[in-house]
Design a protein around this ligand. Sequence first.
Ligand code: SAM
Length: 283
Amino acid sequence: MTWTAVAIVLAGGTLLVVALWYLLIKTEGVYLGRRTVVWLYDLYAGRYDRIKQYDPLIETVYLAQPILQRLPTRAPLVLDVATGTGRLPLALLEQPSFQGRVVALDLSRRMLTQAAHKLAPFGERVYLLHHPAEALPFPDATFDLVTCLEALEFMMDARAVLRELVRVARPGGLLVLTNRQGLDARLMPGHTFSHQDFIRLLQDELGLCDVELLPWQLDYGIVYARKPGQSAPIGARSLGEVWRCARCGAVDWVPVRGGWRCLGCEAFAPRGADGVIERVRER
Ligand SMILES: C[S@@+](CC[C@H](N)C(=O)[O-])C[C@H]1O[C@@H](n2cnc3c(N)ncnc32)[C@H](O)[C@@H]1O
């Protein structure tokens, strides 16, 4: 092999390594599609909490308490979209003043298994649903609080997901979101927003009010916003009262042995040994 050939092979190899690092590590598969994103989260699920090292005190002071201060009820019904290993449900459920329930969904089955282990002590106060964020299986105006933390930038269409989050919040309900910032945000063009553009999107396109974007973590700002209008708090309902069946559209489920049964069409949604509930697909 000539020196030129060696140089070409080395340059090609370096380029390939950099491309793989960018596509799989730095941008977590987002330019390769939803399947790749979820596959990578499945792969890292066991290590996710060790990498993140969330501190319970910091989670209380900078996540749970600011949210609870903005809620009019101690017993809200909460939806956490892309819950991962259950960070948000855990932060809320550990607060003695929180008397609500949380429906937490994610598309990575293994992230949900991690969440299930941590959230087991809270029993039926938290439901873990294996489901995509893009089409939420709930009627309009179902939740007092809707959250989506550190995840919008990994969605194929963040605007569509945001529309869903707003749809399922009740009028007057609270939304808590994060917006990626810093160098990492600039390395994900098409998947991140400047803070200014994000606020404009929430206010002008999605019609939210009381939008506040505050400093939060190194890589993220946190956003509190309200859905306009007023309605009575939904309260800590059971999953069976808010989950819309993908087959018949009924919102009427009962827990049965090994899963949940739709009373509208008898569809069965299995519940894994870890407690994670699988979705029912449309026929
Ligand atoms: C960085 S983690 C954030 C997890 C959690 N919210 C937190 O703050 O620790 C991003 C999560 O988004 C989930 N995710 C990505 N795309 C999704 C989609 N289309 N539907 C549901 N979950 C998705 C991933 O599986 C992963 O658990």
